[in-house]
Design a protein around this ligand. Structure first.
Ligand SMILES: [Zn+2]
Length: 816
């Protein structure tokens, strides 16, 4: 009898797995023997779901910029009658502190290949999916979400390039062979050369926006991000390195230790080398480990040695590493992690809900409330980030009684008078409290300064928002105040000669200006800056005296359609300057060329593409540097050189470019692009510090020479058109400058540091000495044209900041 049962079980398990094809059977080659394209990953995932008897489903959550499908496999073992929707709803209710009847399953999430060129990821995902679906563990209820490829465009870019460069089908182990080099379009990034593993919290990229919507609908209790590091390294897994954000829950740290021991045991048994607690930290909230941690989950980064490894590569220690081995390690760890998560389901749930309970009732935030004054365009991006991250706030409140508050702009405690401030209140007590703390608390406290990313990103300071940290609930509904000298917005069109508007969104403004030109209107701006006109500084004037009344009406409805607020003017006699004054400078539609060169910083080239095309709706040309001087430069109003390791232009090209500038061209040079000028104007300060350090301290000594990424206070030349729409006389920039530039003779300093600038976040001691009196944005006038030099990157990762307003001004106020 016993034997019959035994035979029966064997037959069952054979028939189950015999029904489902392995990745090798489905694709026709052993996994790791070549790279699998994304469409094949999707086909196999769909196939597995179709064969899973209802255990698994493939959910499409988006599409990449290049049109590839983004999906996740949901593998769910739920009690009979319980649906995925019920689980989702009850889980979300429980996060909000509501009682739920249902006992909730553990929810875990594995993500692969966020960096497309860390290509063992998706291959390992295929093995993992096959194992979890063909031989399911049904011991406890669970939902497992698996994203086989976060960055399909990047992955296919890598795979395509590898295949084109490789002439030996099994791979050439010589690490110098061309197949181990990708060229400038690195598959690490997405279509716009953004690093998707720096974008979780900002959600600027389409791929992230779609994925985070899916993520937040599930709010996993564990998230594992599978990466690869240099092929010369072994394997990294948790516990993570310091610095941690200092408010990460003890239960999360304990789980990190526990899962780390499980991995150690596995790797020790298999005799695979590894390391822990070095390099990969938990600080920056844009990572696939820190972000889940800030949302109550156990987040982790896993790193196989594999970047530039191709199919096989010889290592400098005499060993070789193959794709087969890389995939084997990732797959084994992924299955170990799932097993550990099911075995520790109760601890995962307790920790996750515990963090959320504490966040709602007793958060560790510095303030109970964050109060932000309304501030036009700068508030829009700020609120977008709150919305995307489910951070709740209340609109239209005002401070009802005198209260002591921390003033973010003055960096000190002040007393606020009642009924003078209007805006938004973000209470700390909510499930997103840790995220609020990471984004809005005044200074992130570092446990240690060794981090490989930026160390400050306070959104109030970056956006010049007037914000206050307050510990008392002194807010009440806003009472509307009437009787201000409002501008008349209702002059009938037959009496108007012009309209004014203040650009807030460049895309809308450019669309409106284009439309106004088509109608025959003249568009200009006032270059005079008067103190009492501060709110109108940068307004654009559309003179409509050539237009019929019905054309004016069409213009007004176009503005309405675009969401622009128009102020009609009924006379050329105008305050503060009459409309016919030469101080009204004409505006034209920019025609932009961005120079493409192997020396360019690829991220910045991508940021320029993203801003100009996606955010501004313009149609710039990206011109190879070898082609630029064969073309007619006068086809372009603006030429932009991205940051990079540039050399000086040849004499001939320099003459051509200078001639174009003198005749009215606007040359925009980003950071290192200043080197194309053979100019003594923009000169970097010399590093005169003496470098002495012990061998043991050398990594730390290296840091003395870095700026890492911090917030630096700069002074604003407020009368300059490039500084229009910036209200304060100082602002913060996201500073990663490696060479500080002396204040030059021939450049007007629009942004510069004072003799003693404020700085937040980490800055190396040697760099700190060079901060004072440096140029960060300068303009050199040359006859009719200008050279505009940005000494910092206002577009960095598209993190919202006031530098972006200045960058937009380069295209709005074209004739300054
Ligand atoms: Zn990576």
């Amino acid at each position: 009898m016993k034997n019959y049962f035994y035979l029966f079980f064997i037959l069952c398990s054979i028939s189950l797995s015999a029904q489902i094809k392995s990745p090798e059977e489905f694709l026709g080659y052993p996994i790791g023997s070549k790279f699998t394209y994304h469409h094949q990953v999707v086909s196999y995932s769909r196939y597995l779901a179709s064969q899973s008897n209802g255990l698994a489903q493939w959910q499409v959550y988006g599409q990449t910029s290049e049109g590839r499908e983004q999906g996740q496999m949901l593998i769910a073992n739920l009690p009979t009658g319980v649906t995925l929707e019920q689980v989702q709803q009850n889980h979300q209710k429980r996060i909000q502190g509501e009682k739920v009847d249902l006992s909730l399953p553990v929810i875990i999430n594995l993500s692969f290949n966020v960096h497309g060129n860390e290509a063992a990821g998706s291959e390992a995902a295929l093995n993992t999916l096959y194992a979890l679906i063909s031989k399911p563990n049904k011991s406890i209820p669970y939902v497992i979400l698996i994203d086989p490829c976060i960055n399909p465009d990047g992955r296919d870019a890598y795979v395509t390039q590898y295949n084109r460069r490789n002439y030996i089908s099994s791979g050439n182990p010589d690490p110098n062979d061309q197949e181990h080099y990708e060229g400038i379009t690195s598959g690490r990034y997405n279509h716009f050369s953004f690093d998707l593993n720096r974008d979780w919290v900002w959600q600027t990229q389409k791929e992230t926006q779609q994925r985070l919507k899916f993520y937040r609908s599930w709010m996993p209790m564990m998230h594992a991000d599978f990466h690869e590091q240099s092929f010369q390294h072994s394997y990294y897994f948790p516990p993570a390195a310091k610095p941690y954000l200092n408010f990460i829950a003890q239960s999360t740290k304990d789980l990190q230790e526990s899962v780390g021991s499980s991995f150690s045991k596995l790797f020790d048994e298999k005799k695979w080398p590894y390391f822990t607690s070095e390099v990969y930290d938990l600080l920056y909230p844009g990572y696939g480990d820190t972000y889940p941690v800030l949302n109550g989950a156990l987040g982790m980064t896993l790193e196989q040695g594999g970047i530039r490894g191709g199919l096989i590569s010889a290592k400098s220690d005499g060993d070789t590493i193959s794709l087969v081995d890389r995939v084997k390690h990732h797959s084994a760890l992924a299955l170990n992690l799932v097993e550990w998560s099911l075995a520790n389901a109760e601890s995962l749930k307790t920790s996750f809900y515990g963090v959320h309970d504490k966040s709602r009732t007793n958060p560790a935030n510095k303030f109970a409330y964050y109060f932000v004054e309304r501030h036009g365009a700068n508030t829009t991006e700020f609120l977008r980030i709150l919305d995307m991250n489910d951070i709740k706030y209340t609109d239209t409140l005002q401070i009802k009684k005198a209260v002591s508050a921390f003033d973010y702009s003055q960096q000190k405690q002040v007393t606020l008078a009642p009924n003078l401030k209007y805006g938004y209140v973000i209470p700390a007590k909510q499930p997103s409290a840790p995220l609020i703390q990471a984004l809005l608390d005044p200074a992130i406290v570092l446990e240690d300064s060794l981090t490989y990313d930026i160390t400050a990103w306070n959104l109030f300071q970056l956006n010049g928002l007037k914000a206050f940290g307050i510990n008392e609930n002194v807010f009440g509904p806003e009472e509307k105040v009437y009787g201000f000298a409002a501008r008349d917005e209702n002059i009938p069109s037959q009496f108007t000669v012009a309209y004014n508007f203040l650009p807030s969104n460049l895309k809308q403004s450019e669309q409106f200006i284009t439309y106004a030109f088509q109608k025959g209107a003249l568009v200009s701006y006032l270059d005079l800056s008067k103190e009492n006109m501060i709110k109108r500084k940068g307004e654009i004037t559309v003179v409509t005296s050539n237009l019929t009344n019905s054309e004016k009406d069409e213009l007004v409805s176009k503005a309405k359609e675009l969401g622009l607020r128009l102020y009609p003017i009924s006379s050329f006699r105008n305050y503060p300057t009459d409309l016919g004054s030469p101080h009204f400078k004409p505006i034209f539609i920019p025609k932009i060329a961005v120079v493409v060169d192997p020396a360019n910083d690829v991220n910045q080239q991508g940021e320029l593409a993203y801003f100009l095309t996606q955010k501004y709706g313009l149609k710039p040309s990206f011109i190879p540097s070898t082609q630029l001087f064969k073309s007619n430069l006068f086809n372009y109003t603006h030429i932009i050189y991205p940051d990079g390791k540039h050399a000086a232009l040849s004499n001939t090209n320099s003459i051509l470019l200078t001639d174009w500038v003198k005749k009215g061209g606007k040359l925009i040079l980003m950071e290192g692009a200043r080197k194309i000028l053979d100019d003594k104007d923009l000169v970097a300060k010399e590093d005169t510090a003496r470098h002495t350090s012990t061998y043991a301290m050398r990594e730390r000594a290296e840091l003395s020479n870095t700026t890492s990424g911090n917030l630096l206070q700069v002074e604003v030349e407020k009368t300059h058109p490039l500084a229009f729409r910036i209200n304060d006389s100082s602002m913060y920039i996201l500073n990663q400058v490696s060479d500080f530039v002396k204040l030059p003779k021939d450049f007007t300093a629009v942004l510069k540091t004072s003799a003693k600038p404020n700085i937040m976040g980490f800055v190396g001691a040697n760099k700190k000495a060079q901060l004072a009196n440096s140029l960060l944005l300068g303009v050199k006038e040359m006859d009719k044209g200008k050279i505009i030099w940005f000494g910092f990157n206002p577009l960095f990762r598209a993190i919202p900041n006031q530098g972006q307003t200045i960058f937009e001004n380069c295209f709005l106020y074209t004739e300054f």
